[in-house]
Ligand binder design. Sequence first.
Ligand code: NAP
Length: 339
Amino acid sequence: MSQPDGTRIVLASRPEGRPDPGNFRLERAPIPTISDGQVLLKTLYLSLDPYMRGRMSAAKSYAAPVEIGQVMEGGTVAEVIESRDPAFRAGDIVLSYSGWQSHAAVAAKGLRKLDPKAAPVTTALGVLGMPGFTAYAGLLAIGQPKPGETVVVAAASGPVGSAVGQIARLKGARAVGIAGGPEKCAFVRETFGFDAVIDHRDPDMASQLAAACPDGIDVYFENVGGHVWDAVFPLLNTFARIPVCGLVAQYNATGDFPGPDRLPLLMRQVLSRSLTIRGFIQREFVPTQGKAFQDEMTRWVADGTVKYKEDIVEGLEKAPEALIGLLEGKNFGKLIVKL
Ligand SMILES: NC(=O)c1ccc[n+]([C@@H]2O[C@H](COP(=O)([O-])OP(=O)(O)OC[C@H]3O[C@@H](n4cnc5c(N)ncnc54)[C@H](OP(=O)(O)O)[C@@H]3O)[C@@H](O)[C@H]2O)c1
């Protein structure tokens, strides 16, 4: 018999521009029953990530949207509370993709068991999970930083940007971060060890970035677009590589982008400076880089070579506001909801 005990958050309507809390609905839901090959999960932690804004929209993208009335998607760390699969038993902690809900019945196949003694389980959603992998694969496969080169990355206090800068330094490059506000900038410099950090809210940002990159930019790991891209573009060196990972500055944009058409200028520079601009979705690199990431990043995090910061919000009902804030830089580190 199912009991009406769980909670979940569904997409109530599609946002136009900036989402608001009314686009989400908190519901009570019966705790599901499981069949053979499934496990019943109780969510411990839910990951909030910028891509979720895309799932709220019906616009064509690399992944299908969440339908109205459907549970919002998302990566989770969960506890198995009942199992009908021999590979799992009650009490196991797993990495799942069970979304914004307190309980879920999911196929056991595809779940990854986590060892809480090896690393804090929340790291499976951040530095040792999808965002860390995005940084590792995008930087090494596309950015290919070389000793002495300059690597620039924005959203530098977040899970992707902070890992990009630290891995760049491990490869012998100079890491220049861009972040919003003095507190984030200080953290990126002092804790993540970037060589220089620029505050993108400073009106003088473009000239500060030029001063911080006296030899130009060899790798720009694109996380944000917008005015940061405008400041980076004139500084790109011949043969610069630009892994295009995300464009968070425009995820809430509606209609056409303002300003003159700069595509001809972009194409001229792609040609004359031999730029490589290459977009990617991290999962394409799982077959080629997944194992190396797990081995190397696990070691770097365990011995303190790579540092990380988490921003943990308590309560599933806080998830909508936290996601809205993430798109505006209100998070400080990997954003996670503790249920
Ligand atoms: N391609 C892939 O497979 C893949 C996978 C994962 C993530 N991503 C992308 O990687 C990027 C970073 O993800 P994350 O999870 O590490 O996010 P995050 O850094 O935790 O959060 C996003 C950050 O973006 C910054 N930001 C927001 N609006 C901005 C603006 N207008 N101008 C400049 N910065 C702005 C904010 O930091 P500040 O306050 O410092 O500005 C905010 O904290 C996102 O674009 C995401 O979509 C791509």
